[in-house]
Design a binder for this molecule. Structure first.
Ligand SMILES: Cc1cc2nc3c(=O)[nH]c(=O)nc-3n(C[C@H](O)[C@H](O)[C@H](O)COP(=O)(O)O)c2cc1C
Length: 333
């Protein structure tokens, strides 16, 4: 790795580069497409804040998924800067008095960034959440779990491949989670606020949600308000592989790192040509968490479940919306 130290060289990306990188980085996944992040550039350092107004008080009362989402955008943005030749040094949770400040980034020119960053950055626009049945991920081999596990370990996150026998139990847990929430007015109100509407800047539009029959053919899935559209992948039963991310502790730092690991793994899968779907509904109940914990090698804290599989080409929903950059980015005047 060569990081340049030339005193006449720029010390931060210029404004158009900064804006373009943040705009692309904000394509990161977030729970219910809530995009609970804000960026501030002070002229030398870039700061990532969580936005508590975008937290889901019912589904995510501790802000765990909010911080995981922010971790995902952190990794997306750093990946883009790396591909543009900027090394980023990150201090996570730098100020105990300001827990909303999740990360502070300093820049250094980077002459020969890791090629992985360029490849991952190029996958950002291709990545999306696929909630339909998938086929077995093509070209998956014995090394794939090793590579993905290594990627997660870089962020202090454990990764377990779940056995096929887990599927039925997780499908039952998904049904139980849906049943538990069916008459929970607060949960339903929150879910409906974020999903099933064509809103210009956030939430999950109807075209990205499964119909009831599609949901039944996936099994391990969060239940969303019912939508109607022509059947997709009508004959397919889900054969995706299930991956579980977990952490040794339950803390904002480990949640942030989970989001970073999630981002890297999603982009790696996208590069391999696979479709992905992060799932957290089972982690929202104590029974679900206990079930998932049983699948972790280290009896860790389950954070995110992931479906990975092959989807037919040209069968993806339109891209989900994002906030304009002006709403999530400010800089020192
Ligand atoms: C922390 C986190 C939790 C998520 N949980 C779920 C989930 O339980 N079910 C689901 O279908 N999608 C889930 N997603 C995917 C988001 O809904 C998705 O990223 C968002 O709607 C943006 O769409 P996109 O990924 O297609 O860009 C989750 C994403 C994140 C980062």
């Amino acid at each position: 790795m060569t990081v340049l130290g030339n005193s006449s060289a720029p010390t931060t990306p210029d404004e158009p580069t900064m804006r373009a990188a943040l705009l692309r980085g904000c394509r990161a996944p977030s729970v219910h497409n809530s995009q609970p992040w804000r960026w501030f550039f002070d002229g030398a350092r870039l700061h990532l804040f969580s936005d508590p107004e975008r937290q889901l008080p019912v589904a995510d009362p501790e802000g765990r998924q909010l911080v995981i989402s922010c971790g995902a955008v952190l990794d997306h943005v750093r990946t883009i800067f790396a591909a543009l030749g900027w090394h980023t040094d990150v201090v996570r949770l730098p100020d105990p008095d300001h827990p909303d400040l999740l990360a502070t980034i300093e820049f250094r020119l980077w002459e020969d960034p890791a090629t992985g960053s360029t490849v991952h950055a190029a996958a950002i626009e291709r990545r999306y959440t696929d909630r339909l049945p998938m086929l077995i991920p093509e070209r998956w081999d014995a090394m794939t779990p090793v590579v993905l596990r290594e990627m997660a370990a870089t962020h202090d996150v454990d990764l377990d491949m779940l056995p096929d026998s887990a599927r039925a139990r997780l499908a039952t847990a998904s049904e139980q989670s849906a049943a538990l929430h069916r008459y929970d007015m607060e949960y339903q109100t929150e879910l409906r606020w974020w999903t099933g509407h064509d809103r210009p800047a956030d939430g999950i539009p109807p075209a990205a949600l499964p119909t009831e029959t599609e949901l039944a053919r996936v099994g391990v899935a969060r239940s969303f308000p019912p939508v109607r559209h022509p059947a997709h992948r009508a004959e397919a039963i889900d054969q995706s592989y299930l991956i579980l991310l977990s952490t040794a502790e339950e803390s904002p730092l480990q949640w942030l790192r989970t989001g970073e690991a999630l981002s890297a793994i999603l982009l790696e899968c996208t590069v391999a040509g696979w479709a992905t779907c992060p799932l957290t509904h089972i982690t929202e109940t104590s029974a679900g968490r206990a079930l998932l914990q049983g699948f972790t090698t280290n009896r860790g804290n389950p954070q995110v479940l992931l479906r990975v599989g092959t989807a037919p080409e040209n069968d993806r929903p339109p891209a989900t919306p994002r906030h304009p950059l002006t709403e999530v980015f400010t800089e020192h005047p």
